[in-house]
Design a protein around this ligand. Sequence first.
Ligand SMILES: [Zn+2]
Length: 381
Amino acid sequence: MRYLSADRIFNGKEFLDPNSVLVFDDNGLFVEGVDISAVKNSQLEHHKGVITPGFVNSHCHLELSHMLNMIPQKTGFLDFAKNIMSRRNSVSIEQMIEAAKQGDIHMQQNGIVAVGDISNINITFDVKKQSKIFYHTFVELLGLDPSKSVSMIYYGVSLLNELKNLGLAGSLAPHAPYSCSVQLIKAIADHNAKNNLPTSIHNQESEEENKFLRGEKSDFDELYKFLQLDISWFKPKFKSGLDAYIKELNAGINILVHNTFSSEDDLRSVHSNVFWCLCPSANLYIEDTLPNYDQLLKNTQQICFGTDSLASNSDLTIVKEAGIFYSKTNKLELSLKGLTYNGAKALGLEDRFGSFIKGKNTGCNLITDDKKDLTLIKVLC
Ligand SMILES: [Zn+2]
């Protein structure tokens, strides 16, 4: 048995009484929380810093791990998207798998116990199967042409079946409103709701996305030209990128990722099961902009964090993402909740991760709390 105490203990939702001690068995399973008076001095393992449950990375793309340092920073979304498309297949499959393995190990070493990971193809499935991390894979689908919806869903379900055969969790995910028809988004949301699974979508990552969905001239005209796709038939007239699809999302769990250019109206337009996943490093890498956190927090506390991929981030340390949010907002409890309980809830995993749950190996991390930043000191169990 291990009896862990620290300057402060955060249980995923709130700070515990200062006299609390967490008891874990030798396999790292959480046994119970007790008062310090019930523990012999010689048994107590006291740490300087803050103890938290294992972290949840709510948005990652493990299959892009080979793209570290491949794409120039701060050049805007159009350049970034063109670079992703032209360079993602520039190395061998073996190199991609090796990079994904390293990314997975890096996340384990950085206290991450569960990940919501986007996959377009199956190359990372074996890495996920071998990993100690719990992966919920979002099989991501694209298709602006509504007539392609049915075939895309078939493709997605075939990948879901592959995951199932490997004993891995997964659901379908539309990529973004500028790359998916409303019909495809609705079909995916319905499929996930029927199976009680979360849906994830990239939301308002650039202002150009809002312009494109309003039917205004935007960088996406050039992107589709670059892809040699004629979209002259596409005549959207929405109020924003989010307005294009929000009615199609059902009351199941939905994770909106990025939200860099979401307006007050957008924030108010969603139903209560929406989680706003923040990926500040990626926003700074691509657009050199962060969401308006004050505006966000006026409307919701349902935030969680994602690293995005190594194509748009220097590493996959999720605590760094929460640290950026914390340094801008000074909201310590919410930063830690986004890193743990909210992340787990967004993935539908709150019974297994995100807090200290009896009989479960939910992870236990020690972090600094030095007023300006959050850093992992070590993984305790
Ligand atoms: Zn992403």
